[in-house]
Design a protein around this ligand. Sequence first.
Ligand code: MTE
Ligand code: CO
Length: 431
Amino acid sequence: MDEKERENRGLALDRRTFLRSGAAVGALAAGAGAARAEGEPDPLITEVQYWANGWGDGVDASPYGLPIEFESDVIRRNVPWLTADVISSINFTPIHALDGTITPTGCAFERHHSGAIELKKEDYRLMINGLVDQPLVFTYEDLERFPRVNRTFFLECAANSGMEWAGAQLNGVQFTQGMIHNMQYSGIPLRTLLEEAGLSNIGDIKDKWVYVEGADASSNGRSIPLEKALDDCLVAIKANGEALRKEHGYPVRLCVPGWEGNMWVKWLRRIEVTDQPVQSREETSKYTDTLADGTSRKWTWVMDAKSVVTSPSPQMPITHGKGPLVITGLAWSGRGAITQVDVSLDGGKSWKVARLAEPGVAMAMSRFYLEIDWQGEEMFLQSRAHDDTGYVQPTKTQLRAIRGENSVYHNNAIQTWWIKSNGEAENVEVS
Ligand code: MTE
Ligand code: CO
């Protein structure tokens, strides 16, 4: 842009104005971390920069957008020693670097038992059979012709925070709490499809089940009480407004709001109405909680209220020095809406009520903020969620008193970050 063009656009500025106000600008910039002597003008303000000196990219440079290259570290990551290979594996959402509540689908975690399959809409079939009046098979196009709803839900893998039962282990909220995502789904209530097949001969729904399975080799079959299936389960065809990613079950996945992620069958291919649970692998030897005495607690479906501070945290140290600090994090409950989140700076001795960015939504994530004046003191930072059933997120000590240390799944304990005076953070436990 030449001087004339700047003038035309009303951007003509007297350079001396900048130089005169250099001291004030310098002081501000120094506060923001720029290393420059006081009074020196800031070339980012006084000089025309290359990005303002020519064309940017055209509108066809990226027909489907990716994050700008400067954000290339905001990606899913995995823990190599956690699973045998990357096909039957898990990765983690970079929740430390996100804000708001909706997880961008591109960086949302994935868990596959036999790899992500490629299933075309044309090849898609959904069968409903078993104790229905009329077994039915739906194509993708059939599904599109049923009335749809939009709902936002979190999906948390039962194994989220599983490595932390015996002690603080992984240094990063992405790894300790990142087996979670929160998306807006568009789909057909499962109730609508079950009623289409007819449930007139079913009798008491309280002792009936649906067995749901996916089209992948693992099939990931799970039994779900018919009552839940008729209540709020969704057969989703879109997430965050667009087609599901292949890895999230394209073209169709099941949403089981508030319940463990394993039940959210991807590449959904069959729903059988039964009069008993199938006792599949996924609901017996896996996703079952081993208690202190070695016995197993049967079926923990609901994900209890949980929260975590996402920043500051080990991957998000404080780099701006003393003064205003924004503490933020996420909270969710499989039993209902988040009503309150407390934050402790001293390892749970005292609590402040954080600010919820928006009123809590049942079975969806809430974002909380607490703004403090940080003077470089060490902190043992924690958050504690409350939901609308009155449930309060437990400490690790409280959880272990009931569950012991043999568990892998369903760890919703309070997380502690030790914030050091240099702003770095570490995953620790306080007793
Ligand atoms: N569905 C099928 N068909 N196959 C699978 O491997 N994994 C389950 C569930 N549904 C799985 C599946 C598990 S354990 C979880 S936690 C969620 O899907 C993960 O969903 P995501 O990959 O969209 O994050
Ligand atoms: Co899982």
